[in-house]
Design a protein. Sequence first.
Length: 247
Amino acid sequence: MTVLLAQISDLHLDGSERATRRAERVMDHLRALPHPVDAVLVTGDIADHGEEAEYEQAARILAAPFPVLTCPGNHDVRPAYRKALLGEAPDHGPINRLHHISGTAVLMCDSTIPGRDEGRLDAQTLDWLDTTLGGLPRDTPALVAFHQPPVELHHPLPDSGMLEQPGRLAALLESHPQVVAVLTGHAHTAAASTFAARPLIVGPAVTWTLRMPWEGDRPADRDQPPGIAFHVLGDDRRLTTHYRVVL
């Protein structure tokens, strides 16, 4: 069965007209597709300051007739995220969730270190990943998503805040061959690489786009339209990704 997923990232909702307009534009585009996606993945930095009001706004903007799956980024704050976005009791523990989408397991993981830009999958999250993947039928394809990329992207800004100790995740994935790909955000640029012998797909940002060193000295391109990654997972477990901008 073919699965169609949309990935958006780094909305940085702060109550401003600009951030609101860009996020609404993206969700309006996704809701208006003639063939709806099976789910939308939001890979972190949903709020800019981690305030409850920002998550209340996010909940309104992200409301859709299809599942919207989220994980936190370094700008997000766990207690407010849980309360205002998930409707749960505030808590400081990592936010990890398993979702079953059309026969595919999507594991949305918390790679945040409170108060820091760098990421890390802590012992609790790694144990959760190992146990959750181990509990899936071997023929169930799985996608693992979190915020900070585990490899260098050749720009000093995202590379200064990448996932720490990526070898721990790579070793875990060796035991779980049903993981088809790893999906992240954080870098504000659409990118593709490999990690642990699997595709690593970095979703584009909604708020602004990263300029690479060969594109100029100013890192933030605020005029570039917000981006979306569309992931198609076929019966052969091959993941194909198409990038789009929303004008």
